[in-house]
Design a protein around this ligand. Structure first.
Ligand code: DAH
Length: 349
């Protein structure tokens, strides 16, 4: 019995050549290499051959098997490549595009800009003071003497003097990280002769342990306006205009008498709670009011520190925490969220 194995191989080649896709390839594979395929049929015939033919025939069948397997593998990868190529040439215009990640300003920068924007529309200029401030500007110039009890909460990060032994080094040059933006009042008064009005945004530092409402670094916006006839009513008018713009036109304001060494009289200012419109809720701890800033009329001592005639000038001043304003505005309950750089928090603003 003789089989034309070459013919089988040629036919397989021709069929594979014409095979258009993987489905057709599967059918051919069953035909040639399947369990009941041609190759198995040939192998099944070996035991029935005369002994002298078995060996030679077996070897040829084995050759055929290898050739067929190589042909099928070649065709398979050719079809794979063709699939990729056609996928590459095809653009599905209905697929959504890749969205680029958009950067944005940090919420504290946004709120700080908003605060300064409102005051600049009211005629205030933006002024900046140094974060590494002299002890003199941070305390004494603002009528906070060395032994003043309020210094405890403010006494902050002192910097080693560059060269304290230098002849002529005075205590006035002793530097620390400012505990508030108020020292910039003195610098602004010296730099911008009155009448003047400036706001000072910036970082401040206090020796506080971090918790939900404290941070060793936070931001303030300071304000000072000086003219010959500035009055407490100007202070109220300006701050009410600010609050309505920042928190909405329904906002009401309350001034509570208070004390700051650098203003006289001094007041602490609350706004009506926007969450409950002043009725009392968990945001305002049932009081209906939210504390927002400190303010007052510039103390004569401050004018003197800046070399100005305290009899000639009158001024209003205020200072507020940017984190506090942002927390109230957006209902944020933990100050640490601002500094953790968690994108899930930041991308909400
Ligand atoms: N410097 C004060 C603080 O950090 C805030 C302040 C209160 C600023 C009253 C002022 C002011 O200008 O008039 O607590």
């Amino acid at each position: 019995m003789s089989f034309d194995l070459t013919h089988i191989l040629d036919e397989a080649k021709a069929q594979l050549e014409a095979c258009p896709d993987k489905e057709a390839l599967g059918v051919l594979r069953v035909k040639y290499l399947g369990r009941k395929g041609l190759l198995q049929d040939l192998m099944g015939r070996i035991p029935g051959l005369p002994p002298e033919e078995r060996r030679g025939f077996g070897a040829r069948v084995n050759e055929l098997k290898k050739s067929l397997e190589a042909l099928f593998a070649g065709k398979e990868s050719a079809l794979d490549g063709a699939g990729e190529a056609s996928a590459k040439g095809f653009i599905d215009v209905t697929l959504p595009g890749k969205m680029p990640l958009l950067g944005r300003l940090h919420p504290l920068t946004q709120v700080g800009n908003e605060v300064c924007g409102i005051f600049s529309r009211l005629g205030f200029k933006i002024f900046q003071g140094p974060e590494a401030e002299t002890e003199f500007h941070n305390f004494e110039a603002l009528n906070i003497p060395l032994d003043h009890p309020s210094r405890d909460a403010f006494d902050t990060f002192y910097l080693r003097p560059f060269d304290a032994s230098r002849p002529g080094f005075s205590g006035q040059e002793k530097k620390l990280l400012r505990s508030h933006t108020s020292p910039a009042q003195i610098r602004a008064l010296k730099n911008c002769p009155p009448p003047m009005a400036v706001v000072v945004p910036g970082r401040v530092y206090r020796p506080d342990a971090a918790d939900a409402s404290h941070s060793f670094m936070f931001h303030q916006v300071e304000g000072i306006a000086v003219d010959k006839d500035i009055r407490f009513s100007d202070l109220k008018g300006i701050l009410i205009a600010f609050a309505k713009e920042m928190f909405g036109p329904e906002t009401r304001m309350r001034f509570r008498p208070s004390f700051f060494p650098f203003t006289e009289p001094s007041a602490e200012v609350d706004i009506s709670c926007f969450a409950c419109a002043g009725r009392g809720c968990s945001v305002c701890k049932k009081s209906g009011w939210l504390e927002i800033l400190g303010c007052g009329m510039v103390h004569p001592h401050v004018f003197k520190s800046a070399g100005l005639d305290a009899k000639k000038w009158r001024g209003l001043a205020f200072g507020m925490g940017v984190e506090r304003v942002a927390m109230l505005k957006y209902g944020i309950n933990d100050i640490r969220l601002f500094f953790e750089n968690d994108i899930r928090f930041l991308e909400q603003f």
